[in-house]
Write a protein of this length. Structure first.
Length: 138
């Protein structure tokens, strides 16, 4: 009897534990479909700050998505991604907890997502025509 009570109590405690991002939504594109941030949004409509709020994984929506050396369509293509590939957002900085993942803008102010690849990094256009937040994150 006591063992049964203990098992039920543990199950209730585990099931009522908060789940990360339980009350958040994925990063949102603007009216033009551009993503200017990779932070998730809390229920108050504000970005969750810091590493905890970063949405790192993105799904490719178009076949043959170009990944370029630096932001901008005029820059060298490093590789291409296939539709449904999952990309990991890259970071820069000194290393450790102060690293920052950014959406960088090209000369025309269009946003580009820094992506981790085997060879280092490259940039894809941060627009809902080409990528979307991957669900669930791997």
């Amino acid at each position: 009897m006591l063992q049964s009570f203990f098992s039920v109590t543990v199950a209730v405690l585990i099931s009522s534990s908060p789940i990360p991002y339980q009350n958040t939504q994925l990063p949102v594109a603007d009216q033009k479909g551009d993503y200017y941030s990779i932070q998730v949004i809390n229920r108050d409509g504000k970005e969750v700050e810091g590493v905890r709020g970063e949405h790192r994984y993105w799904q490719v929506l178009s076949d043959g998505l170009n990944c370029r050396k630096t932001p901008g369509t005029e820059n060298k293509i490093i590789r291409q991604f296939a539709k449904n590939d999952v990309l990991e957002a890259g970071s820069f900085g000194r290393g450790g907890s102060d690293e920052v993942i950014v959406i960088q803008k090209d000369k025309t102010d269009k946003p580009w997502l820094r992506v981790v690849i085997k060879e280092g990094q490259c940039f894809v256009r941060a627009n809902s025509k080409y990528i979307k937040p991957a669900i669930p994150q791997p």
